[in-house]
Design a protein around this ligand. Structure first.
Ligand code: SF4
Length: 700
């Protein structure tokens, strides 16, 4: 098989890949030169995907179930596993009700898998307790978009990069985490040197190195900063009053609020010189466009929603939205976070952007699924599921395609909660998932290139991923596992599909007439070309940019500008825990390393986690570069080597989030330390702000 066209399964950039295999299933991989996202370019992770697939040494090959007698995991047939799983779910639901069970899934699922998991849970198990690891990633952006432009519909295309003369990148390091997107920004700058790049980040990341201006603010103070920039944009004459009047609500209130804002106090709150903030505002004011980009630095916060609103204000105040090169653009972390949003993958969402709190929407979806009803009450979010397992409200959980025993915050609590569960079922491809040790049932899943389906990237681009090779052993695509489970639950009629395309067709029909209408997208079309939604009919080319007519998805078609007061809802630093810990990703690893950790070449860049600490803090604490340190929060402690560096601001320390126990013998899990405080609206955890102390081990 030569040059099969597929899509990278790591980040939300969604690069096109050409994959070939010889008769021995040996894979060769290269970037797809015809694909509009990457034009042949791939980053280090994408370039090595075939090596991950070919190394089967860690793959789960058979279903495993704990024996009642010895409590050991034993290989069983699929039929035995599914019969047992369905019996356990049925008995728990009968005894404790449908809200005593739940699913925790992933932005790495294909859309067809995601759709089925949601239909199964919300329609047939009778609970909205299905959440996803995308809760840890972009749920604040979902709320930010809904509250401003009326729906969770990122308005821009990557093509806008080639039209922009000003990039405002806040709480993101695309040079490492969205490398091909960043390469396009670099190219734009090379071709048009007057293009301005502003980066907001407590760390001098590689993206910040490239920037014209770096604003190393104190973690958590983004709202202060964005409000200050908004005030300066008023002073510099950059506000589009006509746009505000005609196309927005709330503009007047924001302008009134900004009048009283004290710029010196605000700069002090951010830990920045006012002159730096003035420079940022001046660069924006003097530009013709504004492409604002953000990821976890804004989203993973106890005030993540407010950070989103305050940033989107900048685009609305200047009228820079719905125009080439301008718009608010949240970068998605995972390859199919957007597809998950389409199918209502979060516990507070319903399929095809329907709303749980709208009875007509619940009825429409329930009738379509033939399930009688859908609960209107939101289900448990990711961390709420842990609380519910801990206090006994949730009894059984099915974890699919994610490794929460490394990725959730406050991991010792997570472990306690999983141990208390009556039944934990885990579907995964890899035996290297730390979550497996809590499983009563393990289901071997097919991975990338071993199954067919679709994904949607950050710019609403739907692509088709063909099955190219067979999964090893008895591993199965997640759609097959979900269908088998549903059949054992007695819902065979609603879960019989001849193929994945039929699931996609059912999903797309639910989008008809909505803001994300994909009824014009077919597998046949996708096999020739990826398509950006909305795409309501088969002769529709897809939509590059939304809101070019300035009619937003709110009831009166006007965008909403918000007055956002700065707040501090994170845990407090104090004498015992004086430093702010922020966590994040490194260049060559992905999530919890179950895939990238297998590739020797990728492990060379950063072989072990290190705590980045400023020389002033290191000197105070008598910590030498490379020395082992113990980091302690109010929850737990970890031990890693130090990396003394001026790249981080004083008072803040940084630890990468990828390592779990399986990948490292010492206690290096960053999420042992992190706080499980969540944003009250988006329910996204506060990964970027935990109070810690650091001690050199030799000084203990
Ligand atoms: Fe894959 Fe993202 Fe790298 Fe593209 S930028 S190759 S999608 S990891």
């Amino acid at each position: 098989m030569k040059n099969c066209k597929t899509t990278c399964s790591y980040c939300g950039v969604g690069c096109g890949i050409s994959l070939s295999k010889d008769k021995d299933d040996f894979l060769e991989l290269e970037g797809n030169e015809q694909y509009p996202v990457n034009e042949g370019m791939l980053c280090s992770k994408g370039m090595n995907l075939h090596n991950v697939v070919m190394d089967k040494s860690d793959r789960l090959l058979e279903p495993q179930m704990r024996s009642a007698k010895h409590h050991q995991l034993q290989n069983v047939s699929w039929d035995t596993a599914m019969t047992r799983a369905a019996a356990v779910f049925k008995s728990i639901i009968k005894k404790y009700g449908p809200d005593s069970v739940g699913l925790y899934v992933s932005g790495q699922l294909l859309t067809e898998e995601y759709y089925l998991a949601n239909k199964l849970t919300k329609g047939f198990l009778g609970t909205n307790n299905i959440d996803t690891n995308s809760r840890l990633c972009m749920s604040s952006a979902v709320v930010g978009y809904k509250k401003t432009i009326g729906d969770d519909t990122p308005p821009i295309s990557y093509e806008d990069i080639e039209h922009s003369d000003c990039f405002f990148i806040a709480g993101a390091n695309p040079a490492w985490c969205h490398p091909i997107l960043f390469r396009r920004i670099e190219k734009r700058k090379e071709q048009f040197p007057d293009t301005k790049i502003i980066v907001v980040d407590p760390r001098k990341t590689q993206s910040a190195e490239m920037a014209d201006l770096h604003l190393p603010l104190i973690p958590g103070t983004d709202v202060y900063l964005f409000n200050a920039i908004a005030k300066l944009l008023v002073q510099y004459g950059a506000v589009d009053y006509n746009f505000l009047e005609l196309h927005c609500n709330g503009g007047h209130q924001l302008l009134e609020f900004l009048k009283d804002l004290d710029l010196n106090e605000t700069a002090q709150a951010c830990g920045l010189e006012l002159s730096l903030i003035e420079q940022a505002a001046r660069l924006i004011a003097d530009s013709k466009t504004l492409l604002s980009m953000w990821t976890m630095g804004l989203n993973q916060s106890s005030i993540g929603t407010n950070k989103n609103l305050a940033l989107i204000n900048l685009n609305l105040l200047t009228g820079r939205i719905g125009k080439a090169g301008s718009g608010p653009f949240s970068l998605t972390g995972q390859p199919n976070a957007m597809g998950g949003r389409e199918v209502g993958g979060l516990s507070n969402l319903l399929a095809a952007h329907h709303d749980l709190d709208n009875p007509a929407h619940c009825n429409k979806v329930a009738n379509y699924w033939g399930c009688g009803s859908v609960q209107s009450k939101p289900g448990l979010s990711a961390t709420e599921m842990i609380d519910a397992l801990d206090d006994g409200r949730l009894k059984a959980i099915w974890i699919i395609c994610t490794n929460p025993a490394v990725s959730l915050p406050n991991l010792e609590k997570v472990e306690r909660a999983y141990k208390k569960a009556k039944f934990v079922m885990v579907s995964d491809i890899s035996s290297k998932s730390d979550t497996l040790k809590f499983a009563d049932m393990i289901l071997p899943a097919a991975g990338w290139a071993e199954k067919e389906g679709t994904m949607t990237n950050s710019e609403r681009r739907v692509s088709h991923l063909p099955k190219i090779i067979d999964p090893p052993g008895n591993a199965r695509p997640d759609v097959d596992i979900l269908k088998h489970f549903a059949q054992k639950m007695g819902w065979e009629d609603a879960f019989t599909y001849p193929n994945e395309e039929a699931i996609f067709d059912e999903h797309k029909e639910l989008t008809r007439g909505t803001n994300i209408d994909i009824c014009g997208i077919t597998y046949d079309r996708l096999k020739k070309k990826s398509i950006q939604w909305p795409c309501p009919s088969e002769d529709h080319p897809g939509t590059k940019r939304l809101f070019e007519d300035f009619k937003f998805f709110t009831p009166d078609k006007k965008a909403k500008v918000h007055v956002v007061e700065p707040e501090h809802k994170s845990e407090k630093t104090c004498g015992d825990y004086p430093l702010i810990l922020t966590t994040g990703r490194i260049r060559d690893q992905w999530h919890t390393m179950t895939r990238t950790g297998k590739v020797q070449r990728l492990n060379q860049h950063t072989p072990a986690p290190k705590l980045e600490i400023h020389p002033d803090d290191a000197a105070k604490l008598k910590i030498l570069d490379g020395e082992n340190v113990e980091i302690t929060s109010r929850r737990s402690s970890v031990i890693v080597a130090s990396q003394v560096s001026t790249a981080i601001r004083p008072g803040t320390v940084f630890l990468p989030m990828h390592w779990g126990y399986i990948n490292k013998s010492n206690k290096a899990r960053a999420n042992n330390l992190t706080s499980d405080i969540i944003d009250p609206i988006s329910k996204e955890p506060d990964f970027k702000f935990s109070a810690v102390k650091v001690q050199a081990l030799s000084k203990k």
